[in-house]
Design a protein around this ligand. Sequence first.
Ligand code: 13P
Ligand code: SF4
Length: 316
Amino acid sequence: MVQLASPPSADLRDEILALKKERNAVILAHNYQIGEIQDIADYVGDSLGLSYKARETDAEVIAFCGVHFMAETAKIVNPHKTVVLPDKDAGCSLEESCPPDELAAFLEENAEKNYYVIAYINCSAGVKALSDVICTSGNAVRIVEAAPKDRPILFVPDQNLGQWVANQTGREMDFWRGACYVHVEFTRDSIAKIKAQYPDAAVVAHPECTSAVRLLADEVCSTEKMVHFCRDSEAQNIIVVTESGMLHRLRKEAPGKNLIAGPTDRCACSDCRYMKLNTLEKLYRCLRDLKPEIVLPEDIRQRAEAPILRMLELSR
Ligand code: 13P
Ligand code: SF4
């Protein structure tokens, strides 16, 4: 058996692959995971792609290398499978910004409005259970366009994604005041400084960025769409404004492009402390021990499943 204290080694990779086979497991990884995890995963993608993969897999165990709400989503649509997350503390500031009891109280206080609640997938099962439909950054425009016209929309929990999708669709909506702590750190000035060094560079940014940053971008999109943008763009230099793990994926998928994260790798791309909690060692351990496991009360799971399935139907 490998020494878990040792740095990632070929042995550790082999042990993970052997355990994966033994457990009949699939390894799903988000685009923000460390390179070693992306390289060993069966599928690497954005929240939308990962939701589809989780729903479609025949594997008995899903080792979800991402953050808690992503693994929880996989469990919601796969109640009979074992879903494990390498580090149980891999949370998300957006999820934290919208506790289910606060949302429930808000909806009760505003019951006369009869809100149609659209929840960004970066939220807990409890919030999903209170929502009409879920969206990701990859399908938010489509989901909002499909919303009933005779009900006001409440968009939770990310006000930045919400404002971006409201601008794209022309739909008015009320916003929960949540934000991603990583994406709101990028500033207009920090991007403008890199732009001054590379005046011909294209800028691609995640919609969780503030509007000041989004306005500087040539393309605002989900992490998976960034792959297509970087491959297809005529620009040779591309400034990538999102979490740093994205660069590993992009450098593999668009090898001819100069992908710029800023002089220190922090101006345009920086680490999500939650995403970076997962390591190869922890992935090995969670496949070996089948924990930390995602477990959900069945009533919440059922109520959270309906809006996820509505999303998956609407974004086919
Ligand atoms: P994507 O669905 O675009 O990958 O975004 C997930 C996320 O957490 C962004 O911070
Ligand atoms: Fe959550 Fe932001 Fe990390 Fe994405 S980057 S998982 S939104 S804290």
